[in-house]
Design a protein around this ligand. Structure first.
Ligand SMILES: Cc1cc2nc3c(=O)[nH]c(=O)nc-3n(C[C@H](O)[C@H](O)[C@H](O)COP(=O)(O)O)c2cc1C
Length: 375
């Protein structure tokens, strides 16, 4: 049998993908304000990137009002947001595409200016992000991160319920599934890692305790969706937002082995070489490959992301290291990315200045290959 290619079909949960070029979740900060609901321009952007049997993972969306750390990020907790997302989903479905929503809470990666009532951001423990990282307030000032307020044990239970409600809202909006954002130094990763979790209750201390929040969130979300329509994103070697476990292997092998028993739709990595790609060009050398290290612990579909180009994506799939490749930055600047990769057309370079916030420029105005060829 031939090895799989980026363009062979793949079953993910109940869905049959027609190719393995996945759109990675990408925060673009272009929701309506103040509702933080997706608007028609957002539907157009996702529809441009939809292909028959292609999977898009929609940008990280906070499940509750305390979950924001940036302006213009769409939420998934109000009726207006559900309605806005429904327009996005309908536009993607009209093109035969599939779309999952990434469920988010930033935890300490926030500032009181984003929080209801100006309260401190919440986190597993009162540990601030180190001052080498800077935070932008709601009115655009660059400041040190504040020391967050540690969640009480009963508030952690309420947080799990917020994810459950976010999952229900995503179901109401018509998504095909959800992805739990367990990566990049946000709330779930803050619970996982020993630098940000100093708790002494059942959510802190041992690896088993630090993994508990992730498992409870996953349990709640799978109760809404069924495991086969729930994905999980992890970044075991990430250093985003002040995270970074000194020795990730014991922690992540425990978490991945526990998650593997649930029968999730997929596990989705951010490769260490792409940690921090939202902010700078990075390509760490001599760091382990998450897909290679953890694949033996995962029996389901594995998606990975991080600095892939056509050749490296093809070989990762052909060699069986991953089942599908998620593309971030090149999906921003190439709305027809799957076709370009399949036909070997050149890729348009992305403009980092328009990644976050703004209107159509750098969002819905990137041309498809044929428009370029004619120009
Ligand atoms: C503008 C931008 C926004 C991003 N937003 C998210 C996000 O909402 N959720 C997430 O898990 N990762 C996010 N990432 C990381 C990407 O999903 C992806 O893992 C990363 O860009 C590496 O892939 P690439 O090298 O193909 O760009 C973001 C990256 C960029 C550049």
């Amino acid at each position: 049998m031939n090895p799989p290619s980026l363009f062979s079909p793949l079953k993910i949960g109940p869905y049959q993908l027609e190719h393995r070029v996945v759109m990675a979740p990408l925060t673009r900060m272009r929701a309506a304000r103040p509702s933080l609901a997706p608007r028609p321009m957002n539907a157009e952007y996702y529809a441009q990137r939809a292909t028959p049997g292609g999977l898009l993972i929609a940008e990280a969306s906070p499940v509750v009002a305390t979950g924001f750390g940036n302006p213009g990020v769409p939420g998934i907790y109000s009726e207006a947001q559900i309605a806005g997302w429904r327009e996005v989903v309908d536009a993607v479905h009209a093109k035969g595409g599939l779309i999952f929503l990434q469920l988010w809470h930033v935890g300490r990666v926030s500032h009181s200016s984003f929080q209801p009532g100006g309260a401190l951001p919440v986190a597993p423990s009162a540990v601030a992000i180190p001052s080498e990282f800077k935070c932008m307030t709601a009115d655009g000032k660059v400041v040190d991160y504040e020391t967050p307020r540690a969640l009480e044990t009963d508030e952690v239970t309420l947080m799990v319920e917020a994810y459950r409600q976010g999952a229900k809202n995503a179901l109401a909006a018509g998504f095909d599934g959800v992805e739990v954002h367990g990566a990049n130094g946000y709330l779930i990763e803050q619970f996982l890692q020993s630098r940000s979790n100093l708790r002494t209750d059942r959510y802190g201390g041992s690896i088993e305790n630090r993994v508990r929040f992730l498992m409870e969130v996953t349990q709640a979300v799978t109760e809404v969706w069924g495991a086969s329509r729930v994905g999980m994103r992890l970044s075991p070697y990430g250093i985003a937002n002040g995270s970074g476990e000194a020795d990730p292997m014991p922690l992540y092998s425990h978490a991945i082995t526990a998650l593997d028993k649930l029968g999730l739709a997929y596990l989705h990595f951010i490769e260490p070489r792409a940690s921090g790609t939202g902010r700078a060009e990075v390509d760490w050398q001599n760091v382990p490959s998450a897909m290679v290290l953890y694949r033996p612990m995962w029996s389901g579909v594995l998606i990975t992301a991080g600095n892939f180009v056509s050749e490296t994506a093809q070989s990762a799939v052909a060699e069986g290291h991953a089942d599908a490749i998620a593309f971030g930055r090149y999906f921003i600047s190439n709305p027809d990315l799957p076709r370009r990769l399949q036909r070997g057309y050149p890729l348009t370079k992305y403009n980092r200045a328009t990644f976050y916030a703004g209107e159509e420029k750098g969002y819905t105005d990137y041309p498809v290959h044929d428009e370029l060829a004619q120009a």
